[in-house]
Design a protein around this ligand. Structure first.
Ligand code: AMP
Length: 215
């Protein structure tokens, strides 16, 4: 099994790219944001600890997220590739990941940076909507639902995630710049960084470029 770390600002399209890639055999997409949101919904101890921190746009403690990621890796050991989306989020987590991979004898494939300009990121996030019932994702500009404000899949109302509200978005972008962006250098200096241009709207081209890198 290999791990591919997806890097890119909030709204860079990592999640969309990963969900396309995970349709290929043997590839799974682990979004730590989704993992935490599910834990919050289910009211687990991890979810209770994470709820308020997430709503403020800050990062949950490294030990909490590392434990959830390790449980996932162990229970998905038969896969060929796991795309890590949202972890590591800072240099300390990158060191934790390296230790986890050594402990469980898992290969590090590469860190794949989806490179997108700041103004594109802000436009994309402000258009993002999510179904309040089934969690399906939409974007009013690039992936609109058939009927305004209504989920195609289950007919429930669409809403804006609390952490996609404009004031929280600015904060998340500065958390990214301060804590997560240094990972680009972290992996570049170790010869592990690959870059895909994420600015355009042609998803197929991005998927093709990513597949060539990770396979
Ligand atoms: P995301 O959907 O990846 O933007 O994550 C949503 C929120 O979940 C983040 O703003 C953090 O509060 C939390 N989160 C997700 N992944 C991590 C992580 N690796 N470390 C700490 N907090 C995380």
């Amino acid at each position: 099994m290999q791990i591919v770390v997806l890097l890119g600002a909030p709204g860079s399209g990592k999640g969309t790219l990963a969900s396309m890639l995970s349709k290929l055999p043997g590839i799974a997409h682990l979004s730590t944001g989704d993992l935490l949101r599910n834990a919050v919904k289910a009211g687990t101890p991890a979810g209770l600890e994470a709820k308020e921190i997430m709503e403020s746009g800050n990062l949950v403690p490294d030990t909490l997220i590392a434990r959830l990621v390790e449980e996932y890796l162990v229970s998905h050991a038969s896969l060929s590739t796991i795309l890590l989306d949202g972890f590591p989020r800072n240099v300390a987590q990158a060191d934790i990941l390296a230790e986890l991979l050594e402990k469980h004898e898992v290969d590090f494939g590469c860190a794949l940076l989806l490179d997108v300009a700041d103004e594109v990121v802000i436009r994309r996030i402000s258009g993002r909507r999510v179904c309040s019932a089934c969690g399906a994702g939409y974007n009013v500009d690039t992936l609109p639902p058939k009927k305004d404000g209504v989920c195609d899949a289950c007919g429930s109302a669409l809403c804006t995630r609390k952490d996609d509200m404009p004031e929280t978005v600015q904060h998340r972008l500065s958390v990214y710049a301060e804590q997560t962006f240094p990972l680009v250098e972290y992996y570049r200096t170790r010869g592990l960084l690959q870059v895909v241009d994420g600015s355009g709207d042609d998803l197929d081209a991005k998927v093709k470029a990513a597949v060539e890198i990770i396979q």
